[in-house]
Write a new protein. Sequence first.
Length: 277
Amino acid sequence: MLSNKLVLILGCARSGTTLTFMVLTSHPSVTGKDEGEANFDFPTGRELLNNCLHRKFTCFKMPMATSRIDAIQRRFRHVTIIYLMRHPYAVISSLKKLVLTKESATWLKVLNAEQLKRHTDFLNKLAMNVDGIRALRELAPRSFKEHARFCPEIDSIDLDNMDEVSVGAYLWKTKAMMIEKFQEAGIKVSVIRYEDLVEDPRRILGPVLQRMGISFDDRMLAHHEVHAGKNYCGGAVGSRPIDKTRIKPELDLSADEMKTIDSICGAYVAQYAEQKV
């Protein structure tokens, strides 16, 4: 039952997972780790117990663990999951600008394809291989049909020869698909739109805190002071306060790229990011 004192922050990159982590862990009753600090792994039972004995919730930010539904269901059945979503235009535009290496390779080129391969069990088994898709259709038609319900274009995906914007759009879509998969597994997910969080963190995080049995603390609004001097994965700076201008950022996308994103992300945008930037 230690998992009822655990909060996992999941979702898509560039969608406010770090901001949510910093705000929550600025609460005096919450402590935790960014994915880099946690070496991209779940908290141990010893860590959960130690924090619980100190009357603190454990909060881990782990967007790269979004596909690990079975592990979460098995180990952390009573976990509180906060799932961040942001309009795909803003997400993909930001990913296009995020440089990770000295060679100036963007996040989309370095990590996005590998994340996309990991983030759905079905795609992971296929390794995005067209022959694998064909084999699975013949050997496991039910499995193929079930996944096709979420991603009907699955048999035409060629990740290795896809442009960056399309790869980013498919990653965003798989992240959105995972919300339904958590729900089907009986795991409650609190979906939070980044735009709403930035606009009014007190109102948006209130229901989550209520579920945890604690109240909003004004120190959460001073998260940039609590986390000053720290840097987190993805280039997030701990000393940066909430910036409402980021609700409608300047987009690095052409009209054709926006159409591509719309065609891939489709109905999930209306469901989880209905207010266009």
